[in-house]
Ligand binder design. Structure first.
Ligand SMILES: COc1ccc2c(c1)CN(c1nc(C(=O)N(C)c3cc(Cl)c(F)cc3C(=O)O)c(Cl)s1)C2
Length: 448
């Protein structure tokens, strides 16, 4: 007897970020024969016209691909839509650029994918399952996790409906309503932190030949210490550019002249690409969005409710893992459904006890990148460490997997990636100490 699972993927489009983990999880459960009701806060994205310039994109890496593969969508996502980014393209202040490959050894790459396309694909796929029902424009107003009941208001008809479910899954983003309800439970730990940086999306349109204005198979980065800009390519040969800067710096840019002077000073090569007029329009059209990181545990209430994706672990984007980690939740949950043969109490319990170490680890890694970001790619010691890492990776590929490679190009649990880094730091410290000792002894010996 298939149970009914209610999903709740309130799609708060927070600054254009649309949460897709719920739609993916619906496919995994439908695949297992469960009856799924998918409640979306917003209108069906496929009906709303593609708002130009709001094509938010993300860096899909191995963990996200793995999750899409589990529901048969990896190939379509990667080969029909994804744009491979084989290296970073760093833009210096003088406008010159140099590239740093993601994985020189095996040429693995990450893919730039559009969120709207991804969302449309997941929703279209769910139409193949008659055991998935989708309800759009449903806003959650009341939750009773203990008896699995939810009350929604249909934002179009204003009618209120109450639904009951065997399992409620909240995939409703960093400001999750389901998590808010969970927090009333005893022993529920929660922390949230806003960082001082905000971000603003700009757009580099296609060139006069309707092609890319920059080399397309790269993640373009303008690292400027306190500021940073990155650009990911879109299918229509435009680029979605994200400018990261402390809110106080955004506030200081309060006129067109100040804005143009700022870009002339920090991102001169990007002005002809974006276009002065578009730059002024886009910059003052929106306001910078906040970046929040949320840590909480456990992720469940008995056998009645679970939170996944950003609702369970919102991370800052400085590792490009937010969506990948959310999708990985679905892969792990499906493995637990198989392992415990759909016994919900065991599944939810094990998900909470095993997943939090990895989500805390990627949260800390992303925050560490943010702190280090000032000179993430500029600091000589960063380059030295990267050269050393790449050499040892080449020498012992199965033993020495550098942190960035293990996070981005393997499904190694995030907490294991961090443990590896810790022992690698110890080994390198000993090697450096040993070399210093040798040099010291050599100097003493030759002085005699
Ligand atoms: C749309 O919004 C965003 C915002 C930030 C990111 C992405 C999309 C995609 N991002 C990726 N980051 C890594 C990574 O591991 N690191 C250390 C990096 C970290 C920073 Cl901040 C960076 F600029 C480059 C790299 C890099 O290595 O290229 C990947 Cl691998 S993909 C960051």
């Amino acid at each position: 007897e298939a149970e009914t699972e209610d999903f709740f993927t309130e799609q708060n489009v927070i600054d254009g970020f649309v949460f897709q983990v719920g739609s993916l999880e619906a496919l995994y459960l439908a695949q297992r024969g469960h009856r799924v009701s998918l409640y979306e806060y917003r209108e069906d994205i496929r009906k709303t016209p593609q708002v130009r310039g709001r094509s938010i994109n993300l860096a899909l890496s191995v963990r996200g691909r793995q999750a899409l593969k589990g529901v048969g969508l990896e190939d379509q996502m990667i080969h029909e839509h994804g744009i491979p980014m084989r290296a970073r393209m760093i833009h210096r202040l003088d406008g010159s650029t140099y590239s740093m490959p993601y994985d020189a050894r095996t040429n693995q790459c990450i893919y730039s994918v559009g969120r709207n396309y991804l969302n449309g694909l997941l929703l279209k796929e769910s139409e193949k399952y008659d055991n998935v029902q989708k309800f759009f424009n449903y806003k959650l107003i009341q939750t009773n996790l203990k008896n699995g009941s939810l009350t929604f208001t249909n934002t179009a008809t204003k009618e209120t409906v109450e639904v009951n479910a065997d399992l409620i899954i909240g995939a409703d983003g960093a400001f999750s309503a389901v998590r808010k309800e969970m927090m009333k439970q005893p022993l529920f730990n929660f922390s949230q932190e806003y960082i001082e940086h905000g971000y603003l999306e700009l757009c580099i349109p296609p060139g006069s030949d309707d092609g890319f204005q920059m080399p397309p198979n790269y993640l373009h980065i303008w690292p400027r210490g306190q500021f940073m800009m990155i650009a990911l390519p879109n299918q229509d040969c435009s680029w979605t550019v994200t400018l990261f800067m402390p809110f106080k710096n955004f506030k200081n840019i309060n006129s067109e002249e100040v804005l143009i002077d700022f870009f002339e000073k920090y991102f001169p090569d990007s002005i002809p690409l974006i276009g002065k007029k578009k730059l002024i329009e886009d910059f003052f059209a929106g306001s910078p969005s906040p970046l929040v990181t949320v840590k909480c545990r456990p992720y469940h209430v008995k056998d009645k409710a679970l939170i996944i994706g950003d609702a369970a672990h919102a991370v800052v984007p400085f590792y490009g893992q937010g969506m990948n980690a959310g999708f990985e939740d679905c892969t792990l949950l499906d493995e637990l459904f198989k392992k415990h043969n759909d016994h919900l109490a065991s599944i939810l319990e094990e998900f909470s006890t095993t997943r939090w170490r990895d989500t805390f680890a990627i949260s800390d890694l992303a925050m560490y990148n943010y702190i280090e970001m000032r000179d993430l790619v500029n600091r000589p010691s960063y380059k030295l460490r990267k050269a050393l890492d790449d050499f040892l990776f080449w020498l012992m590929p199965d033993t020495w997997v550098p942190l960035y490679n293990s996070v981005t190009f393997t499904s190694m649990p995030y907490s294991q990636c961090v443990k590896n880094r810790t022992w690698q730091n110890k080994v390198l410290a000993m090697v450096i100490l040993f070399v210093c000792l040798l040099v010291f002894l050599f100097l003493i010996y030759t002085r005699k």
